[in-house]
Design a protein around this ligand. Sequence first.
Ligand code: 5AD
Ligand code: FES
Length: 366
Amino acid sequence: MSNVNAILKKAKVSGDLSREEIAALLSITNETMLQKLYDTAYAVKAEFVGRVAYFRGLIECSNFCIKDCYYCGIRRSNQNVERFQMDEEEIFKEAMWAHEAEYGSCVIQSGERQDEAYIAMIERVVRRIAAASGGTMGITLSLGEQTEEVYRRWKDAGAHRYLLRIETTNPELYAKIHPADHSMEVRKACLESLRRTGYQVGTGVMMGLPGQTMEDLADDILFLKAIDIDMVGMGPYIPHSDTPMGQEIPAYTDAEKSAALQLGLKMIAVTRIVLRDINIAAATALQALEYTGREQGLKCGANVIMPNLTETEFRPKYQLYDNKPCTDENSAMCRGCLSGRIKGIGETIGFNERGDSLHYRKRVGE
Ligand code: 5AD
Ligand code: FES
């Protein structure tokens, strides 16, 4: 324990921790030490990015997907999903709702599609959102692997940020949770393309995957640092019953849920400690494990929350994992309940601010 105390003391002044030190922090289970870890991460967050939570209105615009990840509820082979696709007008309307609700930015997310009709539709709607908000609104895309040319087209249309999770940086684990034609190297190349194209780039991993160790997660954090990432979105793995991985391991017991939440919070805390000034999202998956999971994420170092804007009718169809929260609420209810809970933990909400990653601004010399 004294070792952990020494690491936390060092962490207050520097994020320069070794793989062993990171794994030691992730292995904490003692309640007192956990609280010390979270408090240290919160102090680093307050110093580097302030006690402000930024909202990104999340538009889950389609659950069609050409990928077949073994963990994901909307994987191509899942016959039990009713597929939906919002049209351009619906996406635009939701983005304008976020604009009027003063969220400052939106995220357009969907299953992966690489056909020209889809690419062109996204390009048009991004252009419309950028024009209608006078270029003020932050537009983040989370639309999977694409060619550099496609990334450039969407960037030219007005998108600024892109999220593409690496999921895990352990090659054996990556191969276990994906079909053979899903490649980690391609994903890394996409992250490089995104960087070249000028986006603020975000990536992240799932934690609590079967067979994943604390050393794997330490390597994941060091990877985020090595590629000089601007934003991180990561969350606990939660089994979905209609997936190959979900069928191997049944739904979490209450004790497993608490353990998954705790690991999710520890990863946020240690990522904040190591990477200091990046944006870190408190993933919705945290809330699936416990109602206040996302607020707990903010207390452990996250500074971004992505309230769901997707029309209530579509929400049950966008189930990446079981028990996804708020699937029967609409966006206005989400804004109200979230704002109240965030103020309740003593943070301000960055309304009408794009909330660009400070790390990105420093990196490009703004
Ligand atoms: N549990 C948690 N996260 C999941 N994702 C997909 N399936 C699951 C699951 N069962 C995450 C992946 C993907 C993001 C859109 O959702 O990390 O990148
Ligand atoms: Fe790959 Fe959904 S199919 S994350």
